[in-house]
Design a protein around this ligand. Sequence first.
Ligand code: MN3
Length: 218
Amino acid sequence: MSANVASQTFPFELPELTYAYEALEPHIDAATLRIHHREHHAAYVKKLNEALAMDVNLQKLTLAQLLRDPANLPEPIRAAVKNNGGGHLNHDLFWKSMAPAPSTPPRGALGEAIDRDFGSLEAFRKKFSDTAARHFASGWVALSHDHASRKLAIVDLKDHEVLQGGDATAVLILDVWEHAYYLKHQHRRPAFIEAFWNIVDWSRAAERFAHGAASAAV
Ligand code: MN3
């Protein structure tokens, strides 16, 4: 698995994608993907670094530590770190949630857990899609594996809220901000959600699930 931005420290860098901007066509168009990565995601990284530029103590903390309890951050940069840091973390996971089609259904432990907690892959997809379509304004929808209950759940995140790494593993995430789909789909978010299922990288999702389940069992 490639390096996780959660364990990285200042200065943060825009991660390269593991596929070309054209590689997710026609499900996600190259123009949307390029702008989303090189402009939107890059801007969150830049603003996160700007917020931390004057604070040498915070520069020693990993991204996960910075986002763990925003109430402990200095008030003047609290919102900037929470929003831009959360944006950085979630986008990195979003890029890793996708791969060029065709998407093959999850096998092994993740497939079994989806069947157990949602009834079937189809039932999971419907519930996730409905949550994503209903999400009001900007945000994210994640498939989360809760470490305490050992169960999968669909989590609706506002703006750039994040799943807390110590408590849960983010198995999969979908960006439902308008910038993720507006160029191609305009107001038709459900068409974008439907397209997403063609390019979900279930094999990397299964790796995250297995890794999280192992650390939760310790
Ligand atoms: Mn985005």
